[in-house]
Design a protein around this ligand. Structure first.
Ligand code: PLP
Length: 389
C-alpha cells in the first residue's frame, strides 16, 4: 500500500477540501475495531457517523454483498427485482404502525428531500416547520430544514416557506402550524445538534396538532433508526405515529441506502412525481436485507439499550470539572464540555478511541451496536484519562 503521508497528500491535493479531516488513514475494520495504515488499532465510536451499527466487515452483510455482486448489480425501477421486493417486505414488517409503503433511495438527505416533496404533493401546501438545532441534510430542500447558519448562509435564498421553532417547546409549535402548513419535520433525537432527545409527550402533541390542522408529520430517523437508541426506531420510545419516516445511515450495514416510509395519511401519490436511478438497486437491497436480519437475530436494539446505559453511567461517573452534562439515548451519547471538544477528540484518538463532535462543545459516541462490555469500559477509561488529565 502507498504510505499514509502520500494518501493524505493525494486526498488533500485532489479532494474537494470541503471536509475537516483527522490525519488518520483508516484501512480495515472488524466489529467495533478499526485499524489505520500503520496498524494502530482504535475502538470506533464514530462509525460513519452512525452507519456501521452491525460492526465493520460484518460477515453476514459482506457475504450478501459478494453473492449479489456476482448475480446482478443494477435493476432500474422500471422493472421488478426479488431483492427489492424482499427488502420492501422485510422493511414493512419491522416498520412502525401506520406505515404502508416505502420509497428507496441512497442517502439521508435524499430521504428528507423526497419526504418534503411527498408532503407538498399530498397536501397541496408549501409551508414547513422545522426545529432549531436540527440537521436534515445538505441538498436544497433538506438544507432549508437545517438550522445551522454556516451550512445555510452561502446558499440563500433557500426553498421558501421554511420556519423554525425551538425543539421541545410545544407552545411555540402551536403558534406556527396553520392551514398553510404542509409538514412539520423533526428528529426524534437531535443528533448533529448535540444529542437532544424529544421530551416525553412532545412528539405526541405535535402529531395531534398536525392532524388537527391538516399538516403531515415527518420524523427524521436517519441517525436514530435501526436500533441505535435501544429500539428498532427511536419513535418507539414515544406513542407517536408519523406520516413520513426518513431512514438511511445504518440501514444497509455501510452500503449507501435510504428510505422514506409512507404512512396512510399521505394517500396515493401521483405517478412520476419523484424517482431515482440507484435507489433500490439489488446490491444495496441485499445488504439491507442482511443488515436487518442481523439486527433482529442478535437483538441489537436491546443490546444498544443495555450497553448505552453502561456507557452513560460510566461517563457520568467521570469526576471532571470540564463536563457540563452527559446525555443520550441507547448507544447515542454526548458528553457536553464547558469548552470546545476538538482538542479532546484528538487526544482520545491518540489513546485509541475515535469519537465525534456534536455542536461545538460535545463529544459524541456512536459505537457499533456489537461493541462489547470490555470495549465500552475501555472507552470510558480513556475518556476519563483525557478529561481528568
Ligand atoms: N438527517 C439526519 C438526522 C442526519 O443525522 C443526517 C446526517 O448526519 C442526514 C439527515 C443527512 O444524511 P446524509 O449525510 O446521508 O445525506
Amino acid at each position: 500500500m502507498i504510505p499514509s503521508a502520500e494518501i493524505i497528500a493525494l486526498e488533500d491535493r485532489y479532494g474537494s477540501g470541503l471536509e475537516s479531516k483527522q490525519p488518520l488513514v483508516l484501512v480495515r475494520g472488524q466489529g467495533a475495531r478499526i485499524w489505520d495504515a500503520e496498524g494502530r488499532e482504535y475502538i470506533d465510536c464514530s462509525t460513519g457517523p452512525a452507519v456501521a451499527s452491525v460492526g465493520h466487515a460484518n460477515p453476514i452483510v459482506a457475504e450478501a454483498i459478494a453473492e449479489q455482486a456476482k448475480r446482478l448489480l443494477v435493476c432500474s425501477n422500471g422493472y421488478y427485482n426479488e431483492q427489492r421486493a424482499e427488502l420492501l417486505g422485510r422493511l414493512m414488517r419491522i416498520a412502525p404502525a401506520g406505515m404502508e409503503r416505502a420509497f428507496l433511495c441512497n442517502s439521508g438527505t435524499e430521504a428528507v428531500e423526497g419526504a418534503l416533496k411527498f408532503a407538498r404533493a399530498a397536501t397541496g401546501r408549501t409551508k414547513v416547520i422545522a426545529a432549531m438545532r436540527s440537521f436534515h441534510g445538505r441538498t436544497m430542500g433538506a438544507l432549508s430544514a437545517t438550522w445551522r447558519k454556516e451550512y445555510r448562509k452561502p446558499f440563500e435564498p433557500l426553498v421558501p416557506g421554511f420556519e423554525f421553532v425551538p425543539y421541545n417547546r410545544p407552545e411555540r409549535m402551536e403558534q406556527k402550524v396553520d392551514g398553510e402548513t404542509a409538514a412539520v419535520i423533526l428528529e426524534v433525537v437531535q443528533g448533529e445538534g448535540g444529542i437532544h432527545p424529544a421530551a416525553p409527550g412532545y412528539l405526541e402533541g405535535v402529531q395531534a396538532l398536525c392532524r388537527e390542522r391538516g399538516a403531515l408529520l415527518i420524523l427524521d430517523e436517519v441517525q436514530t433508526g435501526f436500533g441505535r437508541t435501544g429500539k428498532m426506531f427511536a419513535l418507539e420510545h414515544h406513542a407517536v405515529q408519523p406520516d413520513l419516516l426518513c431512514l438511511a445511515k445504518a440501514m444497509a450495514g455501510g452500503m449507501p441506502m435510504g428510505a422514506i416510509l409512507i404512512g396512510e395519511r399521505v394517500g396515493p401519490l401521483p405517478k412520476k412525481i419523484h424517482g431515482t436511478t440507484f435507489g433500490g438497486n439489488p446490491l444495496a437491497c441485499a445488504a439491507a436485507k442482511a443488515t436487518i436480519r442481523f439486527i433482529e437475530s442478535q437483538n441489537l436494539p436491546q443490546r444498544a439499550a443495555e450497553l448505552g446505559q453502561r456507557l452513560s453511567d460510566g461517563l457520568k461517573a467521570i469526576p471532571s470539572p470540564l463536563i457540563r452534562e452527559v446525555r443520550g439515548l441507547g448507544l447515542m451519547v454526548a458528553v457536553e464540555l464547558k469548552q470546545k471538544s476538538g482538542p479532546y477528540l484528538a487526544a482520545l484518538a491518540e489513546r485509541g478511541v475515535l469519537a465525534l463532535s456534536a455542536g461545538a462543545n460535545a463529544i459524541r459516541f456512536l459505537p457499533p451496536l456489537v461493541i462489547t462490555e470490555q470495549e465500552i469500559d475501555k472507552v470510558v477509561q480513556e475518556t476519563a484519562a483525557v478529561l481528568e488529565g
